[in-house]
Design a protein around this ligand. Sequence first.
Ligand code: HEM
Length: 416
Amino acid sequence: MQSRLASIRLGRGGEVESNAGIADVATRFRMLQSYVDWSERDAERIRELRPLLEPHLAEVVTDFYAAIDRYEATRRVLRGGSDQSERLREALKRWLWDLLSGPYDSGYVSRRWRAGWRHVEIGLPAVFTHVAMARLRFKLAEVLRCVWPASAEQLNDSMESLNKLLDLDLALIEDAYQTELSARLQANERLAVLGQVAGGVAHELRNPLNVVATSVYFLQHARNLTPEKMTEHLKRIERQVGLADSVITALARFARLPQPARSVAGLRGLVQDVLDTIVVPEQVRVEWDWPAEDPQVLVDVDQFRIVLSNLFRNACEAMPNGGVLRFRAQGSRDSGMVDLSVQDTGEGIPEEHLTRVLEPMFSTKPRGLGLGLAIARAIVERNGGHLSVTSQVGAGSTFLVRLEAAGTHGEGGESA
Ligand code: HEM
C-alpha cells in the first residue's frame, strides 16, 4: 500500500487532508480485503461475536495495558500519567467496538489509519504494534473459547474471520508507518540533491565572478587605460555575466519544472523537429531504425523537446571526432510503453560514472553544469516514463527513454 499512501498529505495531528488520499487508502484496503478473501459472511460472523465479547472487553483492555506496562521500551512511550492511561483504555475500547461493529467502509479505514498514525507520532517502534496486536488476538481467542455457545467448527470459522480483520487492521497501522518513512526518505533525498546543487552552483558561479572581479579591479586601477583595453574588459565582463546568467536559468528550469500537460504525439515527428533545431556536426551521421507504424506517445510535447535536445547535444558532444547518431523506436503492446533509444558511437562513459550521469551537478566535461541529463530524467519521470543509460568505453552510449504509449489511458490523451 505504501507507494500510493505516500502521496497522502498529512495535516498537523495526522489528519488525512486530501479526499483523493482517503479514497486511495480505501481502494487499497479493498484490494487487501480481496487478497484475504474477505466477504460479507466474514463481516456477519464478526458482528455475531460482539454480544459475546462485549462483556469482556474491559478484561482484554486490562491485559493489553498490563503487557505495555511490563516492558521498559513500551512503558517509556507513555508519558502522560494516569490521564493518558484512562484515555488509552477508552480509545482501545472504542477501537475494539468499532472492530466488532463495522461497517468496514472508507470511514472505518480512515479512522483506523489515523489511529495507526498516532503511534507514529508518539514514536512507538513499529514492532510493538505487531506484538501488541498478537496479544489482542490471543486474548480475544481465549475469551471466545470460554464463552463460545456453538460447535468447535463454527468457532474456527469465526476465529478465521476475526483473524482476517485483525490482519487487515495491522496492515493499516503498518501503512501509516511506511508513509512516514517514505516522507522522511523523500525529504532526505531532497536535502541531498539540494546540497549537490548548491555545491555545483557555487562552483559554477565562482569562476565567472572571479573574472568579473579581476576586470573591475583592472578598470578601477589601470593607469593610462586605452579605449581598446576598456572595451576588452567590458566585453569580458559581459560574457561572464552571460555565463552566470545561464547557470541560473538552467537551475531555475530544473527547480520549477511545471506539471506536464500530456497529449498524443507521433514520436518520429518529435525527434525530427528537435533534430532540425540543433547543430549536428558534419562528421556525425544520423541513422534511423524505425518501425513502419510510427509509435504514438503520451507526453508534454514542449517538455519532451527539452529532453530530446539535451540527449542529442550530449550525444554529439560525445563524438568530437564524428560518428553515428542512431535513433531507434520500438513499441510494446503488452507493456503499453514505447522505447526510444538515442545511441552514439562516441567515447563512452566509464562504469564508475554510469550511475551518476543522470544525477544533477554531475559532469565529466570541463565546462558544464551537469544539469542537462538530470533535467531530461526529471522530465521523463514526470511524464510517467523512465530514462536509463548503458555504455561501453570506446564504443559509445545508449540513452533509453521509455514512454507511455498513447491509447493506454483511453482516447485522445490526458492531462497529468
Ligand atoms: C495494535 C495495537 C494497538 C492498538 C490497536 C492501539 C490503539 C490505539 C488507539 C485507538 C489510540 C487512539 C488514537 C487516536 O488518538 O486517534 C491509541 C493511542 C495511543 N497508543 Fe495505542 N494501540 C496499539 C498499540 C500500542 C502500544 C504497543 C503502545 C505502547 C506504548 C501504544 C501507546 C499509545 C499511546 C501513547 C497513544 C496516544 C495516547 C494519547 O493520545 O495520549 N499503543 N492507541
